[in-house]
Design a protein around this ligand. Structure first.
Ligand code: SAH
Length: 290
């Protein structure tokens, strides 16, 4: 029996891959859901916690090159019955406005909607925008934080992003341009270079040469340690450990594509992979992390 009033929407972070990284709260939300709106970066293993009867709608976003290796398995068509909604535009990406309408419509129908996002919903996940839309529609929303790729990815290769022996903190930055409404659409790379913070860059692979150039121009030295982790916490995980100056070529040479986290700063020295790179041939600086 459907409830007449709009249900609360759960905005759930699924972590970067491996379903074991879900929080218990996330699992509880998944178990209660009747409709799941699932982002492209959510690992399919996460969906096993949904009820068999739950309706799954894949609403992939691919801006920023965040395409997951499993995305081709996603179901593009929306088969829900919400009034006034067409199908999302054909792949490669579901328009954000469609996702907003869908969340509101399903909640108003009394469905228990779980909106599942890769990593943390509030870290480059458009979670804030979705909360705004739901609240403006008078629909309650609860956010369930998830493990973000920018911390869990480096951690998987032994990089502690705020190690106090090396830094006072970490900046989580997007490598993409666009949609910053408070003046300028490019991170201030020069200020970041001078900040002394570990730089964790999401969606940075496509513009890595530009980013590296801007950081070098801003004063970071060419030998600043750098690492990249792609498909972190999935069976497809790969990484490389190098320096700022060699980062772009190493990524290209290794064929590390999206989704990849870049981490730049002295904290990379703590990784056993960095230590190995100092003593072993170049081939030892890359690989599949345990
Ligand atoms: N909300 C997500 C980030 C979404 S933005 C989070 O908190 O993790 C998409 C970007 O996140 C990708 O382009 C990539 O830079 C990063 N990312 C997400 N999952 C990843 C993974 N498993 N491995 C490496 N990077 C990942």
């Amino acid at each position: 029996m459907k409830r007449a009033v709009a249900s609360k929407v759960m905005l759930v972070g699924a972590g970067p891959g491996d379903a074991d990284l879900l929080t218990l709260k996330a699992v509880k939300a998944l178990r209660q859901a009747t409709v799941a709106l699932v982002d492209d970066l959510v690992h399919p293993g996460v969906l096993k916690y949904l009820k068999r009867s739950a309706r799954i709608v894949h609403v992939g976003k691919r801006g920023g090159g965040s395409c997951a290796p499993w995305s081709s398995q996603a179901t593009p068509a929306y088969r829900g019955g919400a009034p006034g909604l067409g199908r999302p535009r054909a792949r490669p990406s579901t328009p954000q406005a469609f996702i907003h309408k869908l969340m509101v419509a399903e909640a108003r129908r009394g469905e228990r909607v779980v909106r599942i996002k890769g990593g943390d919903p509030f870290v480059f996940g458009r979670g804030g925008e979705e909360c705004d839309v739901l609240r403006e529609a008078g629909i309650e929303v609860e956010v369930v934080s998830g493990m973000t790729a920018g911390i869990a990815g480096p951690a998987s290769i032994g990089v502690p992003v705020t190690d106090r022996r090396h830094t006072r903190g970490v900046a989580l930055v997007t490598g993409q341009t666009g949609d910053v409404r408070n003046g300028g659409d490019e991170p201030d790379w020069s200020a970041l270079a001078r900040s002394g913070l570990t730089l964790v860059i999401y969606m940075g692979v496509a513009r890595v040469r530009h980013i590296v150039g801007a950081l070098l121009a801003g004063g970071l030295t060419a030998d600043t340690p750098a690492a990249a982790v792609s498909h972190a916490h999935t069976p497809a995980q790969r990484h490389c450990v190098c320096t700022l100056a060699t980062l772009a070529d190493t990524l290209a040479g290794e064929g590390l594509g999206s989704p990849t986290i870049l981490v730049i700063g002295d904290v990379v020295r703590v990784s056993p992979h960095w230590l190995a790179a100092q003593t072993l041939p170049a081939a030892a600086t890359r690989g599949v992390a345990a």
